[in-house]
Design a protein around this ligand. Structure first.
Ligand code: IMP
Length: 432
């Protein structure tokens, strides 16, 4: 039995979906533990593209059970659409392969409306959220007035809960944001229907996880977003509303820290960011445009163009610290082919001083000018490489340099979106 936590080391979109799908055949359980359908995990299997938002990426592997833990916020309508699409494609024949925690909080229409209303009002200070109601749903969870998946199965109590919530939510929507109220009667009918359709999937997922661990299963915990979008460790306030770091797995899935064996940090070979907030290595010009085009850097959830720039190891070192990475996976190395000289940020110049550590405050990060070192590029197409040795010398030198600068071994390298376009230098699930 091995437990592996896979998390994003940057601002999300590091290609976690592809890697989780590649890792999943070795795991019997795949678990989402935070976030919601703000995530968009793109998987390409046999030329067929699947984008998953809430269902764990292990679902494409027939032998895998996929858990949505209590730390996730679930939009029931969106989850049902995703499940239906998987059923139609014949990928999900047995509902017991997807288990949703009854304790996961539910995203309701108020949350979507408030997310959008707040962003509109904030104008130039907007976070650039995905508009999926994530922040407002976590807010209700923390203020202890949220509604959970199990509540959808109990229509009578649910009606009282919705009535209580409506008082406060509609007041805020109408009086503060000048938006239309949500009709509680219609919402209740809808929510009861959601409950009816979700019932076969609802589970005490922490117990299922515990059983799996006792049975000696390999377990893969699938992070969403990334370390710098973490509510505590990210570039606050330009972050999401959950903890995205590896430690979040304990509370969000229901597992003790003593049971985590390995933590895999996933990074792109360069850096991207969607939404607002500082981004020291951002390239506005031709180089950024080239990365965006070559890497298809457009959001899987919102379609927004991603901001692009060179690799930043100041960020990766901070990420390694707060997550305790035991290994790194570098994605999209193929996108750097033919780019010429490659820049890696190894420090920041802030107020005239060069530092190697990630700053504590947003103000310092906004003033940070990256200090670069350069690595020679390569021109060969590397998408056909399946071993580390078969990579061009300069591509290997780039990987080696990242490994040395971050101080964490690079165990996996991805050279294309397909499941097989992956170089594994070791088995991530090897016994300890
Ligand atoms: P929210 O999670 O929708 O509240 O958005 C908060 C911030 O996190 C925004 O900058 C979003 O662009 C970003 N974000 C949320 N989910 C993802 C993701 O899966 N990938 C990349 N950025 C994300």
């Amino acid at each position: 039995m091995t437990t592996l936590v896979a998390v994003g080391a940057q601002w999300g979109d590091e290609g976690k979906g592809k890697l989780v799908d590649w890792l999943a055949p070795k795991a019997q359980l795949v678990v989402r533990f935070h976030g919601g359908n703000n995530a968009g995990h793109t998987l390409v299997v046999d030329g067929h593209t699947t984008v998953l938002h809430v269902v764990p990426a292990g679902v494409l592997n027939p032998g895998t059970i996929n858990l949505i833990g209590p730390g996730v916020v679930v939009d029931p309508g969106e989850l049902l659409i995703e499940l239906e699409a998987l059923k139609e494609r014949g990928v999900l024949r047995d509902p017991s392969r997807v288990r949703v925690s009854g304790r996961a909080h539910v995203i309701l229409p108020w949350h979507l409306a408030l997310d959008k209303a707040r962003e509109e009002k904030a104008r130039d200070r907007a976070i650039g959220t995905t508009g999926r109601g994530i922040g407002p749903a976590y807010e209700d969870k923390v203020t202890r007035r949220g509604i959970r998946v199990a509540d959808l199965l109990n229509p009578e109590d649910l009606r009282h809960q919705l009535d209580r919530l409506a008082e406060q939510k509609n007041f805020e929507l109408v009086e503060f944001y000048n938006w239309k109220p949500i009709d509680v009667e219609a919402l209740w009918e809808q929510a009861v229907e959601w409950g009816r359709q979700l019932e076969p999937y609802v589970d005490h997922t922490a117990r299922t996880l515990d059983r799996g661990l006792r049975d000696g299963m390999n377990v893969l915990f699938e992070g969403a977003q990334g370390t710098f979008l973490d509510i505590d460790h990210g570039t606050y306030p330009y972050v999401t509303s959950s903890n995205c770091v590896a430690g979040a797995v304990c509370a969000g899935a229901g597992i003790g820290p003593t049971q985590i064996d390995r933590v895999l940090g996933i990074t792109k070979a360069y850096t991207t960011r969607v939404g607002g907030g500082p981004f020291p290595t951002e390239e506005q010009g031709e180089f950024g445009e080239r990365l965006r085009e070559a890497g298809s850097e457009f959001g899987a959830t919102t379609g927004r163009p991603r901001r692009c720039g060179g690799l930043d190891v100041v960020m990766l070192r901070e990420s390694a610290t707060v997550n305790g990475f035991t290994a790194l996976a570098i994605n999209k190395l193929d996108i750097l082919s033919g780019i010429g000289e490659l820049k890696i940020a190894t420090g920041y110049k802030i107020d005239g001083k060069v530092r190697n550590d990630f700053p504590m405050t947003l103000g310092e990060l906004e003033r940070a000018e990256p200090v670069y070192e350069t690595q020679p590029g390569w021109t060969e197409d590397i998408t056909g490489c399946r071993t580390y040795e078969s990579l061009p010398d300069n591509a290997r030198a780039y990987v080696d340099r990242v490994e040395a600068l971050v101080g964490v071994p690079v165990e996996i390298i991805s050279v294309g979106p397909g499941r097989d376009e992956t170089i594994a230098r070791t088995d991530p699930f090897r016994p300890l």
